[in-house]
Write a protein that binds this ligand. Structure first.
Ligand SMILES: NC(=O)c1ccc[n+]([C@@H]2O[C@H](COP(=O)([O-])OP(=O)(O)OC[C@H]3O[C@@H](n4cnc5c(N)ncnc54)[C@H](O)[C@@H]3O)[C@@H](O)[C@H]2O)c1
Length: 251
């Protein structure tokens, strides 16, 4: 028996990285997994991998920053699977263009606000009504350790992730009466292709890895945190920011 048997999940950004690991794990645990991504070929490849393993999935080529596309994707999910129980707002990520408040290009600030924060906001705006209509459910947002500790040269990303954590708590209060739980995950440096490239660029002495007591986090470990928050095992957990950082924030 799977931990998500009979549930329907919607994930943003599952062509690569943590989102892909999570989509595969959710499907393996019995969920029907709908997801959007702006990378068409790689998105379809994730869906094919789920089908090949005997799971159910629906890939929708869409941009998380476009309200009409996110709204349409949620409608397609409801049309195919009939309900929505889990909403995982995953798209985002730090970039090489980010920097301190005084040095980062202004455009980078708005890019991070649009992709990480507005993308999450749109997922909630269109996904939460579907969760409520389905009798309640679980929202899992993607924050970062940089919402919990100070760091250098990532101020636009930090601002977006801090806002995501704050909004996670207020939405937890707002939608509790509708039986919707809202939590977030705050990963440390996680070994996705994108981040491995960034770390290579910065060199092996990258400061963000110094306090991670077990080294870089494997994407599947973040997926398992999402699985807990998605499942009924976390029925009493809401408004929580779950660190998956090998102890970085306590060391
Ligand atoms: N990897 C890390 O070290 C780390 C650490 C802390 C937090 N996070 C967070 O975890 C999440 C996933 O990170 P990741 O490392 O797996 O990233 P990734 O770049 O590997 O994956 C992101 C996915 O989102 C998709 N995507 C990007 N822009 C999109 C758009 N406009 N519309 C639809 N899809 C889009 C990409 O194609 C990709 O499939 C992000 O929110 C990131 O901030 C990651």
């Amino acid at each position: 028996m799977g931990r998500l048997d009979g549930k329907v999940a919607f994930i943003t950004g599952a062509a690569f990285g943590i989102g892909k690991a999570t989509a595969l794990l959710f499907a393996q645990e019995g969920a029907a997994v709908a997801f959007i991504d702006n990378q068409e070929q790689a998105g379809q490849a994730t869906a094919d991998e789920i089908h090949a393993a005997g799971g159910q999935s629906l890939f929708i080529h869409a941009d998380v920053t476009q309200s009409d596309q996110v709204e349409a994707a949620i409608k397609q999910t409801l049309a195919k699977f009939g309900k929505l129980n889990i909403l995982h707002n995953n798209v985002g990520g730090s970039t090489v263009h980010d920097s301190s408040v005084t040095e980062a290009p202004v455009e980078e600030f708005w890019r991070k606000m649009q992709l990480d924060l507005f993308g999450m906001w749109l997922g909630c705006r269109h996904g939460i009504p579907a969760l409520i209509e389905s009798g309640g459910g679980s929202v899992i947002n993607m924050s970062s350790i940089f919402a919990l500790i100070g760091t250098h040269k990532k101020d636009a990303y930090t601002a977006a992730k801090g806002a995501i954590s704050a909004l996670t708590r207020s939405m937890a209060v707002e939608y509790a009466a509708n039986k919707v739980r809202v939590n977030a995950i705050a990963p440390g440096a996680t070994g996705t292709e994108r981040v491995l490239k960034l770390l290579q660029r910065d060199g092996v002495t990258n400061k963000s890895l110094d306090g991670q007591l077990f080294g870089i986090v494997p994407p599947k470990d973040v997926a398992y945190a999402a699985l807990f928050l998605a499942s009924d095992e976390s029925a009493s957990t809401t408004g929580h920011i779950l660190s998956v950082d090998g102890g970085l924030t306590i060391s």
